[in-house]
Design a protein around this ligand. Sequence first.
Ligand SMILES: *Cc1c(COP(=O)(O)O)cnc(C)c1O
Length: 269
Amino acid sequence: MAEDMQINSQRAKQLAENLASISSRIKAVNKGNKQVRLIAVSKLKPANDILALHQPSNPLQTHFGENYVQELLEKSKLLPRSIRWHMIGGLQSNKCKQLAEQIPNLWCVSSVDSEKKANELEKGRKALLEKQQDASKLRIMVQVNTSGEEAKSGVEPSATLSLCRHIIDKCPHLQLTGLMTIGAIARSQETTPENENEDFVCLRETRDSVAKELGWEEGKLELSMGMSADFEGAIGQGSDEVRVGSDIFGQRPPKQDAVVKEAAVDDKS
Ligand SMILES: *Cc1c(COP(=O)(O)O)cnc(C)c1O
């Protein structure tokens, strides 16, 4: 459990500084002063790092993002229930039910790109809500492949409306809250406040047209776009949510070297 997890005070200080620096950069570009949610992307980083930023007595950060179901399941068991988890990584249909059922504080799944995955998440959250009435509906973002790259997951912009309708009409235990894109790396690296990112333009146009077709106010369908390399540009282009990993936690280890919980170190010296 969290009580026996060691937090290295120097590491905690560094992480808090990194987080504060990202928050002030967000504030500086957020001209309209709207709410922009920061997700701290902690994939492949130990639970100790997450706990350092979310100490129950003084939580500096509440929203954390993960990419792998197994890793998220393990971390969620070790860490406080007050964390709001976001599953932002590629989904496999056969893991969706367990994901939605076994993590009551899973706040949002941001990478839904098929009806089948939505249906499995629906089954899982329905099962959870039958056991635990105070759990909430599972928020869902539809991932859109705005760059047209074959290797990227996400639905085509033109297929987005139909998947959104499916979630609204057929998945009563899910709540559609927005659209998400990752975008092409090259475009991401060229994004500046002056140089618009085409992927972000595409996501915004897709959102505007989907919202119109649904008869929804645009703000009811949020935009999740922007990572370490391009979050400032994304906010300039209307993002409601940025997902920042390496600028907070540093470079990630290769997957095979990642540890869920760091071994206790003796730092009494
Ligand atoms: C890993 C990841 C991020 C964070 O990327 P950084 O470049 O480390 O900030 C954001 N979004 C998704 C979907 C990711 O997989």
